[in-house]
Design a protein. Structure first.
Length: 83
């Protein structure tokens, strides 16, 4: 797996911008629960900047879990999550 290197602005957005709607409205993107990202990956990410930020967050989390044997695995929820 190639290293995940998010865009600097998107990385900052993950830690500062908050989810604008839904069950987790007001949560910073970095604090969104992993199952919520899996749900988005299955249903489809929103269009535009919001979708890009959520996909970046999902890619980072997928990379983290893929390097921790024995931990909950993204592959258990969805193979080839982000293509």
């Amino acid at each position: 797996m190639q290293p995940v290197i998010p865009d600097k602005k998107e990385f900052i957005a993950l830690t500062t911008i908050k989810m604008p709607y839904g069950k987790y409205k007001g949560f910073r993107f970095v604090d969104l629960p992993d199952p919520y990202l899996v749900w988005f990956s299955q249903k489809g990410f929103p269009e535009g900047k919001l979708g890009q930020i959520l996909q970046s967050r999902a890619k980072i989390q997928q990379a983290v879990f893929s390097r921790q044997p024995g931990k909950w695995s993204w592959g258990q929820k969805k193979k080839n999550l982000l293509g």
